[in-house]
Design a protein around this ligand. Structure first.
Ligand SMILES: O=C(O)[C@@H](CO)OP(=O)(O)O
Length: 340
């Protein structure tokens, strides 16, 4: 378990060819330029400003409706575990476990590298930490390290639903992956892979060793490329550019699911998640510089009355604190205790 970025005392709990999507990304960027000026870069009240802490250790061009309808959405069916009588939903964010290139200290970006052995263990551990928190729908990036993390984490979930990757990339893929049993659908969790949640594209740093790059270009320059908000690495994306597509995706595809009462898990990457957390916590472009996410640590938010309330990282299935945050989470766990 590694770094914690904590600006204050910790609450107890507190496809997929990337290049083929790159043109889409450029189009999206030009269509969505407003996001930064309207939402992200303006100074706004911030949890960081109040010295709360963040503790995180260690091709979705198709429509949402078609994707989710394929495996019936729990909150729209009679099988909803938690959402029927509640106007709140859980949102779990997980940065993927350590990848084979994290292990080698290489810039990875959109290179599609799998988890290391340690990353596999981290994903399983993350799964234990969220094993009693409801999950109705999973979003991952198009990259295997995020998908492995989501799938490995779900092997630990006490509800034992089966995560099923949606294939809506063509009519045939959609038709060939249909499920014909309503009961089976009810015991399934749709997994939606979206390139917009990919790690930021690291340009010409991809594959380079981070230490060697710092030795060559200077620590300050490399830190600027890695953590500044609007300075891109050579021919890569700045965090701002990454936010334009990741936050747009979150707002257009994920927020409506939360609004409808679905409990969502997102498995993605250091920088795509930093940009989403910046949006959720209303961080300024200065504040996001010091936001670091470690691999394989889940973060829980409660979405209620249009607001995101950060609850920190669930400690473990037996840890009491997390369930005290909402009555709904406590009831869900109680139900699991009775069922399994
Ligand atoms: O290499 C990368 O893709 C990212 C995440 O591992 O690196 P950084 O730590 O610079 O965000």
């Amino acid at each position: 378990m590694a770094a914690e970025v904590c600006h204050h005392a910790i609450a107890t709990l507190q496809s997929h060819s990337y290049l083929s999507n790159w043109n889409q990304h450029q189009k999206l960027k030009s269509n969505l330029g407003f996001i930064c000026s309207n939402g992200l870069s303006k100074g706004r009240s911030s949890h960081f400003g109040r010295k709360n802490c963040i503790v995180i250790r260690s091709s979705a061009s198709h429509s949402q409706t078609s994707v989710v309808d394929q495996v019936s959405s729990p909150s729209r069916s009679n099988t909803s575990d938690t959402s029927k009588k509640s106007n709140e939903a859980s949102l779990i964010l997980i940065r993927h476990g350590e990848s084979l290139w994290n292990e080698k200290n290489l810039f990875t970006g959109c290179v599609d590298v799998p988890l290391s052995k340690k990353g596999i263990d981290e994903a399983i551990e993350a799964g234990k930490r969220i094993s009693s928190i409801p999950v109705d729908l999973i979003f991952t990036s198009a990259l295997i390290r995020a998908q492995m993390t989501a799938m490995l984490a779900m092997t630990q979930h006490r509800r034992r639903k089966v995560p099923i990757v949606m294939h809506n990339e063509s009519e045939q893929a959609k038709a060939w992956s249909q499920v014909f049993s309503e009961d089976t659908k009810k015991q399934s969790i749709p997994v939606i892979a979206a390139w917009q949640l990919n790690e930021r594209m690291y340009g010409e740093l991809q594959g380079l060793n981070k230490q060697e790059t710092a030795d060559r270009y200077g620590t300050e320059q490399v830190h600027e490329w890695r953590r500044s908000y609007d300075i891109p690495p050579p021919n890569g994306e700045s965090l701002e550019m990454c936010a334009e597509r990741a936050v747009a995706y979150f707002r257009d595809h994920i927020e409506p699911q939360l609004l409808s009462g679905k409990n969502v898990m997102i498995a993605a990457h250091g920088n795509s998640l930093r940009s989403i957390i910046m949006y959720l916590d209303k961080l300024t472009s200065q504040e996001v510089i010091s936001l670091e996410l470690s691999t394989g640590i889940p973060m829980l938010y409660i979405f209620k009355e249009g607001r995101f309330i950060r609850r920190g990282s669930p400690i473990g299935p037996t840890e009491a604190g997390v369930y005290a945050y909402t009555k709904r989470l406590a009831l869900y766990r109680q139900k699991l205790d009775e069922m399994f």
